[in-house]
Design a protein around this ligand. Structure first.
Ligand code: SAM
Length: 364
């Protein structure tokens, strides 16, 4: 997964081949239009405003994809909160040169100063502000494991084929997990007596999360981290009936559960497990603020009022208004983007944390 996504020449992100958006390989919330960022900006502004006055601020976006969310947030902040925007730098953390090149182009005339840094560069001078991880942690390489009826084994990718023929890739059970590698399965409910799964039952673990959260934590002296991603609680993620985990491949708006299709041409993504994320974050020094579905979060930030506001606008703009209306409804659709999880964490803050999206939306 690491190679297929991040190899600088052949990886789907590393080469810059994958395109995010409704006309690209897959759509994300910000790729549907600027309303998502306009609503999220309210939460970001509230968090930034809680930092000591006059101090320089950073809005760090990890994994910015095409750079749309970063640009839209810069525009929303500079229009709605100009004093705050004047103190804020946009910091983009993008390990893939191919993606960073497109982000630089899009953000060339952004209304906030922008810089591209690695976590390691930031750690030399940690910033204060807000860090976003929107659809990023689902791209960290997962570890697949398979129950063979007696033991938990790693699942491996093997080359297979007759001599002289084009070799094929296939998934196969590998060596058993050593005793120390079984410990993370305990809190996921996979080791309790009677919790045995049928032979061939496969799932994934997330060993990349804690190191990522440690590196992210060293980059942010004080502020909040907002993770937005597909996520399930452990009881759902590791339910007996979910017999093949959540690993999926996406290309040109098509989805497949075969992660070995044309490696380097498909996005590979796995859901997050809420408990695993929270435990990894706490080990890495983050405090959990709370979590909500995207639908609830956006309603708490004023999505219903924004939808209502569209009806008051000039009907000469009807096609744009209708497409914004459709995008807003997609963002909260519980069968689609509305089911995404917003999970907030903080570090280095003395005062209680203001978190708008965890408050109940006002009654209509
Ligand atoms: C699915 S795209 C998300 C794009 C954007 N955030 C959006 O929602 O439209 C994933 C992005 O994360 C980047 N990425 C992948 N692994 C990463 C990592 N370990 N740290 C930071 N960014 C990463 C990819 O190169 C890509 O830009």
């Amino acid at each position: 997964m690491q190679w297929a996504l991040h190899d600088p020449d052949h990886g789907a992100y590393g080469s810059g081949r994958l395109q995010v958006g409704p006309r690209g390989d897959f759509a994300t919330s910000p790729s549907l239009g600027p309303d998502f960022a306009a609503l999220l900006a309210l939460q970001i502004a509230q968090w930034l405003e809680a930092q000591p006055p006059q101090a320089p601020l950073a809005l760090v976006e990890t994994g910015p994809g095409e750079g749309q969310l970063a640009l839209q947030l810069a525009e929303a902040l500079s229009q709605g909160w100009p004093a705050l925007a004047a103190r804020t730098e946009l910091v983009l953390v993008e390990p893939n040169a191919g993606m960073a090149a497109r982000q630089r182009q899009l953000l060339e005339h952004a209304p906030l100063p922008c810089c591209w840094c690695s976590f390691e560069q930031l750690a030399a001078e940690p910033v204060a502000g807000v860090m976003l991880a929107h659809e990023v942690l689902d791209a960290l390489a997962v570890e697949r494991i398979v129950w063979d009826g007696a033991l938990w084994r790693h699942q491996r990718v093997a080359l297979h084929g007759e001599p002289g023929a084009e070799p094929l890739l296939r998934l196969q059970a590998g060596e058993p997990l050593p005793p120390e590698a079984l410990a993370p399965l305990e809190p996921l409910g996979l080791l309790q007596p009677g919790s045995q799964r049928p032979p061939g039952w496969t799932t994934e673990l997330h060993p990349g999360l804690e190191p990522w959260l440690q590196r992210a934590g060293r980059s942010l002296a004080s502020g909040q981290l907002l993770v937005v991603d597909y996520a399930h609680e452990a009881w759902r993620y590791y339910a007996p009936q979910r017999s093949n985990g959540t690993l999926m491949a996406y290309r040109q708006q098509r989805a497949s559960d075969d992660p070995l299709l044309e490696p380097g041409h498909w996005d590979l993504t796995a859901h997050l497990c809420v408990e695993t994320l929270v435990a990894a974050a706490e080990t890495a020094g983050w405090s959990q603020l709370g979590q909500r579905s995207q639908g609830e979060s956006l309603l708490a930030l004023g999505l219903a009022q924004r939808l209502h506001g569209l009806q008051q606008q000039d009907s000469a703009q009807l096609p744009q208004l209708l497409s914004r209306r459709e995008a807003l409804l997609r963002l909260v659709d519980p069968g689609a983007l509305g089911a995404f999880r917003w999970m907030a964490f903080s570090r280095g803050l003395a005062a209680p944390d203001p978190c708008l999206f965890l408050q109940d939306p006002p009654l209509a």
